[in-house]
Design a protein around this ligand. Structure first.
Ligand SMILES: *Cc1c(COP(=O)(O)O)cnc(C)c1O
Length: 395
């Protein structure tokens, strides 16, 4: 079904991609686990295989349940096209390897997601791609490097784990000037809080494992943008094989239907927690773009409609207090990942940035004592009370 673009985000999440005909009128379409699709008419089979007629061939290429999810995300983003991957990292690497060739140059930031950073430092250079990673908060430096010419500008905002904010519209405009593609990892913000395509980006990438799915029970990645670009990335994925499986697609689509409701609560909870922590004597520093004294606050206010569910903070008492503090929390899983209905907490040194060495983390300004806190959808008063008792426990 196609829907007018002016419908609200939740309407698009609920109705986007839903088939006109669902077997037996089932209001939730069945999961298509079948890997292959049969044809009696050889010409129809040939046409489907050549992409000239309707129908599915083989689930590494296309699958109805996977397409339901893709269409929901496409509609939500108001984009021309969307394709999916087995994980967020498959979407990130798919975007990079689809559009970069030997001899190309890519400009990005030092604070990108840990796995993405590893592609930049260890894999792309092996294929003759020149990678320039800029200080994330050095806007002028980023502009300068883009102006030297490049094929692709890869951005992420807010960043992991200190929630730095990039001016996406300005950087995308600079990239366009030199004929470069702008790819934005929008995992932290979600399409509810930030829409990079409207700010001039060419492609948006998501780890759907986080907020889009929202329940920490399925992995997936999405790539959204102009049709010709998404088609190229789809072709890379169908050949390289990091296709999303239908069960995960079903779970992610189920989670996506409540995205706007959840993100609204995540935004409120993170703001309440950030305000509480900032006033608390046991806390040294709070990183959250919703706080007026955060260096990225003004840009975030311009380009985001909510500040997201993730924040980080450091304890005034130093790194020795991290373990006992985490141990005292009752309403948080001490676990990797973010964007779940349940609060997830951990030191970036052992989660998102575990791929980096101690020296690399220090260079990124990530204190070893930093705690990343991804608020769930619990009630804010309960999260604040839990943090309060844990801070008292280590005081
Ligand atoms: C988790 C994450 C990824 C990787 O996604 P996976 O689904 O774990 O492969 C990429 N970017 C960001 C910002 C993430 O948080």
């Amino acid at each position: 079904m196609t829907h007018p673009p002016r419908q609200g985000p939740s309407t698009r999440c609920v109705w986007g991609g839903e088939p006109e005909y669902s077997p037996e009128g089932a209001t939730v379409p069945p999961i298509f686990h079948g890997v292959t699709y049969a044809y009696d008419d050889m010409e129809a089979w040939r046409a489907a295989g050549a992409g000239e007629g309707p129908g599915y061939i083989y689930s590494r290429n296309r699958n109805p349940t996977v397409e339901l999810l893709e269409e929901k995300v496409r509609a939500l983003e108001g984009a021309e096209a969307a394709t999916s991957f087995s994980t967020g990292m498959a979407a990130v690497s798919g975007a990079l390897y689809t559009f970069l060739s030997s001899g190309d140059r890519v400009v990005s930031i030092r604070d990108s997601y840990g796995g993405t950073g590893k592609i930049f430092t260890t894999f792309l250079p092996r294929f003759g791609v020149q990678v320039t990673l800029c200080e994330t908060d050095d806007h002028a430096g980023l502009v300068e490097e883009i102006r030297k010419g490049c094929r692709l500008v890869y951005l992420e905002s807010p960043t992991n784990p200190t929630l730095k904010v990039l001016d996406l519209a300005t950087l995308a405009a600079e990239a366009r000037q030199v004929g470069a593609l702008t790819v934005v990892d929008n995992t932290f913000a979600t399409p509810i809080n930030q829409r990079p395509l409207e700010l001039g980006a060419d492609l948006v990438v998501y780890s759907a494992t986080k907020f889009l799915g929202g329940h920490s029970d399925a992995m997936g990645g999405l790539l959204v943008g102009r049709k010709e670009l998404v088609d190229a990335a789809f072709h890379f994925r169908e050949i390289h094989g990091a296709s999303l499986d239908p069960m995960s697609a079903f779970l992610l689509a189920r989670g996506l239907r409540t995205l706007e409701l959840r993100v609204g609560r995540h935004n409120e909870n993170a703001m309440a927690v950030a305000r509480f922590l900032r006033e608390h004597p046991g806390v040294a520093q709070v990183f959250y773009p919703g706080l007026p004294d955060h260096p990225g606050h003004e840009v975030a206010r311009r380009q985001m409609s909510g500040f997201g569910g993730v924040l980080s903070f450091s304890l005034a008492g130093g790194p020795e207090l991290v373990d006992p503090f985490l141990g005292a929390l009752r309403l948080a899983h001490r676990a990797a990942s973010l964007g779940s209905v349940a609060t997830l907490v951990g030191p970036p040194a052992t989660t998102s940035h575990v791929e980096l060495s101690l020296q690399e983390r220090a260079a990124l300004g990530i204190p070893e004592a930093l705690i990343r806190y991804s608020t769930g959808i619990e009630n804010a008063e309960d999260l604040v009370a839990d943090l309060g008792q844990a801070l008292e426990h280590v005081a």
